[in-house]
Design a protein around this ligand. Structure first.
Ligand code: PMP
Length: 770
């Protein structure tokens, strides 16, 4: 397991002749310390420095060749990484061989890296972080390198095989042995099985303070000595290095934090990797003590700095153990940007805790409420691990936690997150993408953070453009929370709604309204209902600044709107001097299946498109898309700026969502799956008299429940019971409409036919239990 640790000692003249013969160089020679190889620093003509490395043949040809290939690989994959560059000889050979005394010695000529070894220098936090970054870059640079030799070797220094040194615990001081046994046993029982599942590759294996060079300004200038390359878990390079940069009496938590944090800034760790770091640090420390004990058993006395360095190991383990273990784990998770690993509270507790801090009247779905801890695609998971099919949420339009979107968010968050008062690529790209999806007349974008803000801003722009102050909204509409938009949202407080400058328009409800499905002239009949409220605004002196509606008519019960209706209303609005705000918070991003925007489904060109909810798949993203002249007119009175609106991360999320909607064909999926879904639901009408109507477009479906199909008596209580029963069935839906008797089905757009069949079967069962 351990070879002779004595480096070769060939006469200098032999080496000098070899250098001249193979490399055509003469140089001034200066010996360098080396544990296994005979190393010299050369100063060649012109003052350039190199390292002449006469390799110890006992290492074996394969591993030496591997090192040479690896250095060349790194030179290709990360040109700026400060590792030695291999200089080939005059014949183009990477590893010429020097025969001497019956043995053959491979030679490497390497570039000399400036700086001094870090040794015991107490590094400031920024330097530790840079060291972590370097390690991560090294790991990334070596990722694509493959060679059989490192996998086949079993080095004493290979932390994953710490158990090989178990016999040498006996060589430690008696008082240290129990601690050593405990560290080894934890490693064997708990850590080794985890290591088997981690990302593995060829790693450096031995980044320590004497293999790491630094300049006077604390820049890392060199990572040297690739003699310990092994095939091992990637995180081992980090845990080894962290362990070796701990020194007694220093702030260990800070060292660990900074190095892990630096590492993760370049290459994020996987959660499972963070779990082994602490054990691997301890094991590495222990190994330095055990290798000393092994060497002593072989009669090798401590050399150079090693004896001193290694003697710090056991005291350090004790210092680490004196620190709160959970706290150290939490430090590592924090450094790696994972949330605290808190055990999930049970629902009972959490409801009470919520009341304590978020108000006594929790506004939550279901009774008892759902305590969710995870989401994936169309599935949500509660604290017991039970999964629920999400047929309700339109925010995660491309599916909960879609990896393409979460990665885009994380990547951008690591890179830059600032605001639009600087020129930023992401905001421009996102604006261009939104404009490309919109009518040619809509060429300007303003970023905000939510649907409410987008509507609020559109409303301000509409007032500025028209000079009018009155607004038109649908009865029972919802458009947001700001004071101005609350006035457009009678559903917020149906009984007390009062906004003198807003008029409400009866919804074009062809199931329950005054004009019914199948009647001729339906669109015009409902549109004509806008005449009176518009006239009333004029009479009151407000005039009409804007009409705002949601193309899916979601809060009105997800209506099947007669073709031509919306255009006929908008014509009336424009004739009165008003603008049309298409609130696409619900209907946009393909929800309606026929087009990307809901207003296109109605064949209307709006003056404003406002977006929110699905735009960032859960990351706050909002925007107003409008005509240039409307924006310029608005800005005449002063600039508009929203700190987070259009931030790099928000835009990265927005761009990623657009990519997924396009690449996964989600508009088309909404159409096909939605139609199938409604067919399935209509199929239930034969068995369940409670279903009065099934309607909607794309993946926006309303199922209206009635106690009697003739009288259409609304079944509000039954709807709320059904929704709770469906929750028991593992399917999440909501109720909607002024009468609360419409089952709202609005799943993520990645919903499949199989999902639809599952949901239909669940409704069938739940209705049977009602
Ligand atoms: N408009 C519509 C049609 C909405 O459904 C909503 C939110 N449900 C909003 C605006 C408000 O969006 P936010 O909650 O992001 O402010």
């Amino acid at each position: 397991m351990v070879k002779s640790l004595h480096p070769p000692r060939l006469p200098l003249e032999v080496l000098q002749d070899f250098l001249l013969d193979r490399y055509g160089l003469t140089a001034a020679w200066q010996p360098l310390e080396g544990e296994r190889d005979q190393n010299h620093r050369l100063t060649v003509e012109g003052g350039r420095s190199c390292v002449f490395k006469l390799c110890n043949p006992e290492e074996g040809d394969a591993i030496i060749a591997c090192q040479a290939l690896l250095l060349e690989h790194i030179a290709r994959s990360d040109v700026a990484l400060p590792v030695p560059r291999l200089i080939r000889d005059r014949n183009g050979e990477a590893l010429p061989v020097l025969p001497f005394d019956g043995l053959t010695y491979p030679v490497m000529l390497l570039s000399y890296l400036p700086g001094h070894v870090i040794g015991e220098a107490d590094l400031p936090p920024a330097a530790l972080r840079r060291l972590g970054e370097m390690l991560a870059r090294l790991g990334v640079a070596m990722r694509g390198f493959i060679h059989g030799a490192p996998a086949g070797r079993r080095l004493v220094w290979d932390t994953q095989h710490a158990g090989d040194l178990a016999d040498h615990v006996e060589g430690l001081l008696p008082e240290d042995r129990p601690l050593a046994r405990e560290v080894l046993s934890t490693h064997r029982v708990l850590t080794v099985p985890k290591l088997a599942k981690l990302r593995s590759q060829i790693i450096h294996g031995d980044i320590h303070p004497y293999n790491t060079l630094m300049s006077d300004d604390a820049t890392i200038t060199g990572l040297i000595d690739f003699g310990d390359v092994v095939h091992a878990p990637l995180v081992q390079d980090l845990s080894n290095a962290v362990s070796d940069f701990l020194f007694p009496g220093r702030d260990h938590a800070a060292t660990i934090y900074e190095m892990v944090r630096g590492y993760c800034r370049v290459a994020p760790l996987e959660e499972a990797e963070t779990e082994v770091i602490l054990d691997m640090i301890e094991v590495r420390l222990l190994m330095t003590a055990l290798v000393e004990s092994l060497k002593a058993s072989m009669g090798i006395s401590p050399q150079g700095y090693f004896g001193q360095f290694n003697s710090r190991a056991i005291p350090l383990i004790r210092e680490l153990r004196a620190i709160d273990r959970d706290g150290l784990h939490a430090t590592i998770r924090r450094a790696a940007a994972f949330p605290p690993a808190a055990a999930a509270a049970r629902s009972g507790d959490i409801l009470e805790r919520r009341r304590q801090v978020m108000g006594q009247k929790p506004y939550v779905f279901y009774d008892p409420p759902l305590h969710l801890v995870r989401g994936e695609g169309i599935w949500l998971f509660d604290e017991t691990g039970r999964r629920f099919m999400d047929c309700y949420n339109n925010v995660p339009c491309v599916g909960h936690c879609h990896p393409y979107v979460t990665e885009a968010i994380a990547r951008q968050a690591r890179k830059l997150n600032t605001n639009t008062r600087y020129l930023t690529d992401e905001s421009i790209i996102y604006a261009e993408r939104l404009i490309a999806l919109s009518h040619d007349s809509l060429g300007a974008v303003v970023f905000v953070n939510s649907g409410s803000e987008a509507n609020d801003l559109a409303w301000r722009m509409a007032k500025a453009w028209t000079g009018n102050r009155g607004g038109l909204a649908m009865e029972f509409a919802y458009h947001g929370v700001s004071e101005a938009i609350d006035a457009f949202s009678p559903s917020n407080a149906p009984a007390s709604w009062n906004a003198p400058h807003i008029r409400l328009l009866a919804p074009p409800d062809d199931y329950r309204g005054p004009y019914r499905r199948g009647e001729p002239g339906l669109a015009e009949a409902y549109a004509a209902m806008a005449d009176a409220p518009i006239a009333s605004l004029q009479e009151a002196g407000f005039g009409l600044a804007a009409f705002m509606t949601d193309s899916a008519f979601m809060t009105n019960g997800i209506l099947d709107v007669a073709p031509g209706y919306l255009q006929a209303v908008v014509d009336r609005v424009r004739a009165a001097g008003g603008l049309f705000i298409a609130d696409e918070v619900q209907s946009g991003f393909g929800r309606m299946g026929t087009h990307f925007w809901g207003h296109r489904h109605h064949g209307v060109v709006p003056d404003f498109i406002t977006i929110g909810k699905p735009a960032g798949n859960g990351y706050p993203v909002g925007a107003v898309i409008t005509r240039h002249e409307i924006l310029e007119n608005f800005l005449r009175n002063g600039p508009f700026f929203s700190t987070f609106g259009g931030g790099n991360v928000a835009c990265a999320a927005g761009i990623a969502v657009l990519d997924v909607v396009r690449d996964e064909g989600l508009v088309e999926n909404a159409r096909v799956t939605g139609d199938d879904f409604r067919d399935g639901l209509r199929g239930l009408m034969q068995r369940h008299g409670l279903i009065g109507d099934v309607r909607g477009v794309g993946l926006a479906t309303g199922v209206e429940l009635v106690r009697d199909r003739e009288s259409r008596e609304p079944a509000g209580r039954e709807t709320s019971r059904l929704v709770n029963l469906l929750r028991d069935e593992g399917v999440l839906m909501g109720s909607e409409g002024r009468l609360g008797n419409i089952v709202k089905i609005r799943p993520p757009l990645v919903f499949s036919r199989e999902n639809a069949d599952f949901a239909v079967a669940a409704i069938d069962r739940a209705l049977a239990r009602l």
